[in-house]
Design a protein around this ligand. Structure first.
Ligand SMILES: *Cc1c(COP(=O)(O)O)cnc(C)c1O
Length: 374
């Protein structure tokens, strides 16, 4: 039986044509045309002033923090439940990550927990648009504004999602995206930093190019910085995908609807939440199982795998990872962040690749039900 992958892109003739054109022509005076077009179209789609194409979302978070002037002695608040890429760049700039709890319904950063984690050293917060949903950004922005805290919105999983009619990624001081092969829009590997702020944008431009500023004496660098750029071939792929973004997002929402319909009537499971003021683009369709099933997420994933269905675990609380075991605050996180520790053991991402069909969704749901029954 054909294996059902957990994630993957939707590539058409348009993508192949653009990349073919880029490999033939995007050199010499045309070396930056696809990056320029991709960035311009992306900024327009998001409704922001500036967009910068980068090698990854990880580098976009690193660059955001560096451009905002975050450094040693500073604290940056990030939700417990996210990919480690949301938090790792905090350590790259020498700052300290502080893990806040998630909201039990949205699975995104809880504003009250964010507020509780603020100290005089807090300089930034990185709310994460988990699995395509968004946190209560009005509350987060109000708290951040009152305390002079910068907001870096991690929209890696939420391209096309909306909050009160505004696009995910446009709601912070900077917003960051990933175009990894598993994400809704892909360039293979890639990322984007967006901002409304010309000062942050200009600083990020310098930092991403080994500290070079236009007008500087050539090869006479004023500072040590980074090299974070996207290639023209990747940008050509990204531009073609962006021109199809409505179709990609529509398919993601369709996949979720197939699941919701197929799982209607299955007791003891909770699917992704969508509140009235949000359009969720469901990067990963996720089920949280009632603890009464008395089965771990790892065991369910193993048994789904045996049935040819690839799933993923809901993210583990970051404070539970060996990677952060040496941080002294971790014991306190475990006590404080109850929602994260309560929900994570029971959450599973179901196959959400853009090549899903109603028939495959039905096969996944049959497999899940057979495991939950036994
Ligand atoms: C995928 C992802 C990232 C990292 O993206 P890369 O492009 O692989 O660096 C960051 N944050 C979240 C929430 C992600 O899902």
């Amino acid at each position: 039986m054909e294996r059902i992958p957990v994630a993957g892109p939707w590539i058409t003739d348009r993508e192949i044509a653009y990349v073919t054109d880029a490999i033939a022509h995007a050199w010499y005076e045309g070396a930056n045309t696809y990056q320029d077009r991709f960035e311009k179209a992306f900024a327009e789609y998001l409704g922001v002033g500036y967009a910068m194409a980068l090698p990854s979302c990880t580098s976009a978070i690193h660059l955001s923090l560096a451009a905002l002037g975050i450094g040693p002695g500073d604290e940056v608040i990030v939700p417990e439940i996210t990919w480690i890429a949301s938090a790792a760049p905090i350590t790259y700039v020498g700052a300290q990550p502080v893990f806040a709890d998630i909201d039990p319904q949205t699975w995104c950063l809880c504003p009250a927990s964010f507020e509780e984690c603020i100290t005089p050293r807090t300089k930034a917060v990185i709310p994460v648009d988990l699995y395509g949903n968004l946190p209560d950004m009005d509350a987060i922005r109000t708290i951040a504004g009152q305390c002079g805290i910068a907001v870096v919105e991690d929209a890696a999983e939420a391209i096309g999602s909306e909050y009160n009619g505004k696009k995910a990624g446009s709601l912070g001081d900077t917003g960051v995206f990933s175009f990894h092969g598993t994400k809704t829009l892909t360039t293979g590997e890639g990322g984007m930093l967006v901002t409304h702020d010309p000062t942050v944008y200009k600083r990020a431009l310098v930092l991403r190019d080994h500290g070079r500023q236009s007008g500087d004496k050539q090869f006479f660098n004023a500072e040590v910085a980074y090299k974070y750029k996207m290639s023209g071939l990747q940008a050509a792929l990204g531009l073609a995908q962006l021109e199809r973004i409505d179709e990609l997002v529509e398919r993601k929402r369709q996949i979720f609807e197939w699941y919701r319909d197929a799982l209607r009537g299955t007791d003891g499971i909770t699917l992704n939440y969508e509140s009235g003021n949000i359009t969720n683009t469901y990067w990963m369709v996720t089920v949280v199982l009632d603890p009464e099933f008395k089965i771990t997420k790892e065991r369910v994933i193993e048994r789904m795998g045996a049935l040819g269905v690839d799933c993923r675990p809901f993210f583990y609380p970051l404070s539970s990872l060996p990677a952060f075991a040496h941080y002294e605050q971790m014991g306190r996180c475990r006590e404080r962040n109850n929602n994260s520790y309560r929900i994570s053991p029971h959450g599973i991402n179901l196959p959400s690749a853009l090549n899903m069909t109603a028939a495959k969704v039905s096969r996944v749901c049959d497999a899940l039900r057979s495991i939950l029954r036994s």
